[in-house]
Design a protein around this ligand. Structure first.
Ligand SMILES: [Zn+2]
Length: 257
């Protein structure tokens, strides 16, 4: 096998490994996204729940205060009924009015806080609906990842072994180039070269359409001991059989010119 044939053999298994791993990675990524959404929602819900608890505690305090004042009011009313003279009566009455205002104030504040609690409870309910929807999506994503892992793990193991075998035939420097370019182009490490115009020796990389100089093209027709890369996209270049045949037919004619 020539170096390029080894590279093409490696490439054909490499793209399969990448495709399969890509499917697994996208399922993992989807699950992670769902987990992040759920965590965010839960954190927001916890925050609102904390506010609800604080507000509930404030209501309890306000009600306690109002009850305390209520007891004082009751006491004063008794005193009022038993008051001996007009002066004492009017003093108690003034105190009583002030206390009633205080009690009313506490009750109003408690009422306002109760409305706030109602709003917070409604928001918590909204979060629960959203969390329910997210849980469904999260469960689906978990199943999807589990199924994909199950269906691909065996095949992926085989392909990894095939890839390692194909890679073992490729010399280290060429392997480095292959890995670099494959990573650069999501596995599209190789590209064919097409003849744009044989007479004027115009050739192009079929992946990026950039012109391939004739010097490079003629090296592709050579012994194939080193890899030739596109000057623009860096993909490893090769000639398809039809192109090779066409080129070999053109060669003698080119020499005679
Ligand atoms: Zn190119």
């Amino acid at each position: 096998m020539s170096l390029m044939e080894q590279i093409l053999a490696l490439h054909s298994v490499d793209v399969q490994v990448r495709a399969l791993r890509g499917r697994l990675d996208s399922a993992k990524h989807y699950l992670k996204t769902q987990e992040t959404h759920m965590r965010d929602l839960q954190a927001q819900r916890d925050e609102v729940e904390l506010q609800r608890k604080h507000t509930q505690a404030q209501i309890a305090n306000l009600e306690m205060e109002a009850n305390g004042v209520g007891v004082q009011i009751q006491k004063m009313r008794d005193e009022l009924n038993n008051s001996g003279n007009t002066k004492q009566y009017s003093a108690i009455l003034t105190g009583l009015k002030s206390l009633e205002l205080q009690k009313d104030n506490f009750e109003q504040q408690a009422l306002a806080q109760m409305e706030k609690v109602e709003q917070l409870v409604a928001r918590i309910a909204q979060f629960d609906v959203k969390l329910g929807e997210r849980t469904t999506l999260h469960d689906k994503a978990t199943t999807e990842l589990h199924d994909r892992t199950k269906e691909t793990s065996e095949r992926l193991g085989e392909l990894d072994r095939e890839r390692a075998l194909a890679a073992s035939h490729v010399p280290a420097p060429s392997m480095t180039i292959f890995d670099e370019v494959a990573n650069m182009h999501d596995g599209e490490a190789v590209s064919t070269v097409m003849t744009v115009d044989a007479r004027s020796r115009e050739y192009a990389c079929t992946a990026c359409n950039v012109e391939i100089p004739y010097q490079l093209y003629s090296r592709l027709l050579g012994d194939g001991t080193s890899l030739i890369q596109c000057l623009s996209c860096k993909r490893i270049l090769y000639l398809e059989m039809a192109e090779l045949e066409a080129a070999s037919k053109r060669k003698p004619a080119a020499k005679s010119v």
